[in-house]
Design a protein around this ligand. Structure first.
Ligand code: NFS
Length: 662
């Protein structure tokens, strides 16, 4: 995997990159090679919050001696830079959540007929979390109250955001003790920008503490709200089969790609492409049908709920166009490379921007409005069909694709461990306690053209499952695994360690569980909370044998996510160079101080092998602290037999040395 000649570790992607080179098309991989990062900015030592600078805090003993014109020290500057990244990431997820809340409100008030509440059970569950009484109320009344309650979270000035109370009590107590419990989402983002502007907050620890408060507003606010409203409106995911990679495009059908992050319009397009009139219209233009595919996190949303195939993650967007088979690509917000508009002109592809917040020179703008969602979706699909006859023959026409299984929501994971009435997290906790599963890793975040893209994800995923670590993946981490063919139950048979394999076979799950888009990292927070409530492991999120890894991260959103996991009690390891690597003090706060306060941490480690070492260290020391059986590779699975749930319970309750120990 360390083959530096490769630009992408994904074979199909690499083939298109080679084709692009032969045909002189530029990609993000070329630009990544040409544009070397500035080492001062890369490590957080450049301050540009005012126009006396930019001040570059470098030189010998910069940590102690370097000063900006105002006198700001290196730790102040590095901490400010990180807090601004957290604020931007939180703003992105949370603005998405706000739009979801407005859509829910519009549906509840009957302002749009195009959406309906698909998962009433989830609506009631969410109403319960929010303390809304559902007795004697219509579904729409409950939905309206839920939407309004969520909207309060954005503008609240005092108090706490609603969902903090979904965390284990002990985790909440830590937040209160250390002053990181968020009040309102918008308030924390605004305050982060205020505190980091020239001449305000200069204490690195104080700054970073507010950074964590902002990040928690993202995780337990923006992200969790997005996930829950999407489930209410479009259905809570359950396992579904699908396919991944460039081979999902069809030469004889109209190909439409939904790319970006917000699921509402994509959901409408899913409906519209199967309308008989649309299919007839496509046939009238010479196509055999209409084929829908996804890219980045919109892909994950429609993949999880409908099995719509994915062409992959962030670094695949230009390559998708270069197949020559994409008739329309719609984009809304986040992680959209502006390069695709220019590139599309060299093919027949039409790029359509759909968000009122985001336009792109060279793209067609068809603005989404939830009140006319279906009408807009039809306009887009029609435009794609009209563009089909313009398809040229050139293009790389890659045909590889892999099967996958996704759709592992919190609710489904609970259900699969005991059924509709006895769903629980007991079997998972027991498997960890017994040492069949060594620990759990959330493998998340972007794919990145600065490394052979998707390569570190693939390497870590295979190593982790080989060592009996259950992997839950989100975002482009999931896309990296999916386009490599890793999201199948067979992966357990071929690569998982014997203990993990036994568990996967007994429950019938893959060893890498795709739990959703990046906002669905919130599902990992609630899964961890449920594991804490189930008992036998830690009674808070901190101290669980679990680690978060974002090996190829690039987005500010990833930093916000990493920080909300750290503040919730999860040690997190990011790949690549540290954006605050210039300051020892800031690095110490993020690793040692945060660990002391929250049992979480944020590390940056470019070496994939060291990422693994650190992961096992955290997992094994958490096991030791919980007095669980020491993990022994190969201990289980010698005699392989499929066990019933009852068999397994018996076996594992006999092997519970921790009993009574918290
Ligand atoms: Ni997450 Fe989704 Fe991908 Fe990174 Fe971008 S698509 S929100 S930020 S690049 S994982």
């Amino acid at each position: 995997m360390a083959d530096k000649i490769l630009k992408s570790a994904n074979e199909a992607a690499e083939k298109i990159v080679e084709w692009a080179e032969e045909h002189h098309f530029e990609t993000c991989f070329d630009r990544a090679q040409r544009l070397k990062p500035c080492p001062i900015g890369e490590s957080g030592a450049c301050c540009r919050v005012c126009h006396m600078g930019p001040c570059r805090l470098v030189g010998q003993d910069a940590e102690e001696k370097a000063r900006g014109i105002c006198g700001a020290t290196l730790p102040t500057v590095a901490a400010r830079n990180l807090v601004r990244m957290i604020a931007a990431g939180t703003a992105a997820h949370s603005d998405h959540a706000r739009d979801m809340a407005f859509t829910l409100l519009a549906v509840a008030e009957g302002e749009t007929k195009d959406f309906e509440i698909k998962d009433v059970k989830k609506l009631y569950r969410v109403a319960g979390y929010l303390g809304i009484d559902i007795e004697g109320k219509s579904v729409n009344t409950v939905a309206r109250e839920v939407a309004l309650k969520f909207l309060e979270d954005f503008g609240r000035q005092k108090g706490r955001i609603n969902y903090l109370k979904r965390a284990p009590k002990k985790t909440q107590e830590r937040w209160e003790k250390w002053g990181v419990a968020p009040r309102g989402i918008d308030r924390e983002v605004v305050e982060a920008m205020h505190r980091t502007s020239i001449g305000v907050d200069h204490d690195p620890d104080h700054l970073l503490t507010h950074g964590l408060r902002t990040a928690l507003a993202d995780g337990w606010g923006g992200c969790m709200i997005s996930t829950d409203i999407s489930d209410i409106l479009f259905g809570t995911p359950k396992p579904v089969k699908a396919e991944a990679s460039f081979g999902i495009f069809k030469e004889d059908e109209v190909n439409i790609v939904v790319h970006g992050h917000e699921p509402s319009l994509a959901e409408m397009i899913v409906d519209v492409v199967s309308e008989p009139e649309m299919i007839e219209y496509a046939k009238s233009k010479g196509a055999k049908g209409i084929n829908l595919g996804g890219m980045c996190c919109t892909a994950n949303e429609v993949l999880m709920r409908h099995g719509i195939p994915t062409a992959g993650g962030f670094t695949n967007q230009e390559l998708g166009i270069m197949t020559g088979l994409v008739d329309v690509i719609t984009v809304d917000v986040q992680c959209i490379m502006p390069a695709i508009a220019e590139l599309s002109k060299k093919f027949h592809t039409k790029v359509i921007t759909t968000s009122e917040k985001a336009k792109m020179p060279g793209a067609i703008h068809i603005e989404y409005d939830e009140h006319r969602a279906k009408e807009i979706a039809r306009e887009i699909v029609k435009l794609a069909i009209d563009n089909f006859p313009n398809r040229k023959t050139e293009g790389s026409h890659i045909t590889d694709k892999f099967p996958l299984i996704c759709g592992f929501s919190h609710e489904y994971i609970e259900y699969m461990q005991g059924g509709r009435f006895r769903g629980s997290f007991r079997p998972l906790n027991d498997a960890i306690i017994a040492g069949r599963i060594r620990g759990v890793v959330g493998l998340a975040g972007c794919d990145n053209p600065r490394v052979p893209s998707t390569g570190i994800h693939k390497y870590l995923a295979t190593e982790l499952i080989k060592n009996d670590v259950l992997v839950v993946s989100t975002g482009c981490g999931s896309a990296a695994c999916g386009t490599a063919g890793y999201l199948t139950p067979e992966m357990a048979l071929e690569h998982a360690g014997p203990g993990l394999r036994e568990v996967c076979e007994a429950i019938g799950i893959p060893p890498i569980l795709h739990v959703g888009a990046c906002v669905d990292n919130s599902r990992i927070l609630t899964i961890l909370s449920a594991m804490a409530a189930e008992g036998g492991l830690s009674d808070e999120i901190g101290g669980m044998p679990g680690v978060g890894i974002a090996p190829e991260w690039m987005s500010e959103k990833a930093i916000a996510i990493g920080c909300y996991f750290a503040a919730s009690g999860v040690p997190v390891i990011f790949g690549g160079e540290s954006p605050v690597g210039s300051s020892e003090e800031v690095t110490r706060i993020m690793t040692e101080v945060w660990y002391e306060r929250f049992k979480g941490a944020l590390h940056f480690e470019p070496d994939p092998e060291k990422i693994l070492e650190l992961t096992y260290k955290y997992i094994d020391s958490a096991r030791e602290a919980l007095k669980l059986r020491k993990y022994e590779p190969g201990r289980f699975g010698v005699e392989r037999k499929l066990m019933s749930m009852a068999d397994r319970r018996k076996l594992e309750s006999a092997a519970r040395p921790h009993e009574g120990v918290k």
